[in-house]
Design a protein around this ligand. Structure first.
Ligand SMILES: [Mg+2]
Length: 331
């Protein structure tokens, strides 16, 4: 593996030592070498202590050679600061020391230095340590990339597992999880949860008459209307079953649920989706059941679902294309 393009920063207060180290590395083929005579000059080169934009323009480093004994800020303090900065936290640091018995060397390792070379600089030792540090960095970068790819893949997988493939809104599994969480939260805080269940009227007849592709299109249109009908980020719109949808509205009374249902009803009507097989209209319509409960200690979440389901059944029995909300006298 060729590392000669890698960017190496030498931090050393001794001009002789810097020049010699740089010279050896250049002879070895490394062509990207920067030098700093103090911690402060190094921070300036790296862009530490600068605003984010300036820091973005700073050179990306692959390796730092850091002298331990320096006036003002010594190598140990410099190492600590470099490891604490997001710009350089992952850049390997090789300490340069005249005294391998130096207790401060242990501190440098404790703070994240990966290796050391001794002064006076020995060509073979320096080149071997530099190469192995760069190799290690390459391997770490590769693993980091892999981990990132894996995290991305996991996120997509997670989203897929919780999303309805056809309509893109939450699926039943996510609905169950979400409602369960909201139920428990609202029980703790004694807040109402409103559930709106809805059904596309005579959808089986629609599928039979126009085919499943048209049926899928219709489901997508209705889902998009539902998604647009809720305004708060905490509200959930989900596909509950085949042509059944659900909206969960936490901290909302029935009237709020009915208002959303009315909005959906109006919007679906405005879309004018022809349905000649419907016996109550020549367009696609929906029936709605709205229920609200403020969970008590022992109230199971199924009580809310059962109530909304009963209301939906009521809406259908009353002739469909309507909202049933037993908790409200007038809708
Ligand atoms: Mg020195």
């Amino acid at each position: 593996m060729n590392f000669t393009h890698k960017k190496i920063l030498i931090i050393d207060d001794s001009a002789d030592s810097r020049t010699l180290t740089g010279h050896i590395l250049r002879q070895e083929g490394y062509c990207n070498i920067l030098e700093a005579d103090s911690a402060q000059e190094a921070f300036d080169i790296i862009g530490l202590d600068k605003s984010f934009d300036e820091a973005d323009l700073a050179p990306f480093l692959d390796l730092i050679l850091l002298d331990i004994v320096m006036p003002e800020m010594d190598g140990i303090e410099t190492c600590i600061k470099l490891k604490a900065s997001p710009q350089t936290a992952d850049v390997p640091i090789i300490m340069v020391t005249a005294d391998t018995q130096d207790a401060s060397l242990q501190r440098a390792f404790d703070r994240g230095a990966v290796d050391y070379v001794t002064k006076p600089i020995n060509r073979v030792e320096l080149c071997a340590r530099v190469k192995s540090a760069l190799l290690l960095k390459e391997e770490m970068d590769r693993r980091m990339e892999l981990a990132k790819d894996l995290a991305k893949a996991n996120k997509i997988l997670q989203r897929t597992a919780l999303t309805d493939g056809l309509t893109g809104i939450a699926n039943r599994r996510y609905f169950d999880e979400f409602l369960d969480n909201e139920w428990r939260r609202c029980r703790r805080e004694q807040l109402p949860v409103t559930l709106c269940l809805m059904d596309i009227d005579f959808f089986k007849a629609y599928n039979d008459a126009y085919g499943h592709l048209k049926g899928d299109e219709c489901l997508k249109k209705v889902a998009a209307i539902l998604a647009a009908s809720v305004k708060r980020p905490g509200d959930l719109v989900a596909r509950y079953g085949g042509e059944e949808f659900a909206i969960v509205l936490s901290e909302t009374p029935e009237a709020g649920g009915c208002a959303v249902a009315k909005r959906v009803m109006k919007e679906v009507a405005a879309r004018n989706i022809i349905h000649e097989q419907s016996t109550i209209s020549d367009r696609i319509t929906l029936s709605f059941g709205v229920a609200m409960l403020t969970p008590k200690a022992a109230t199971p979440v199924n009580d809310l679902i059962a109530q909304a389901d009963r209301a939906l059944y009521e809406a259908k029995k009353m002739g469909r294309n309507r909202i049933s909300c037993p908790g409200l006298k007038k809708i």
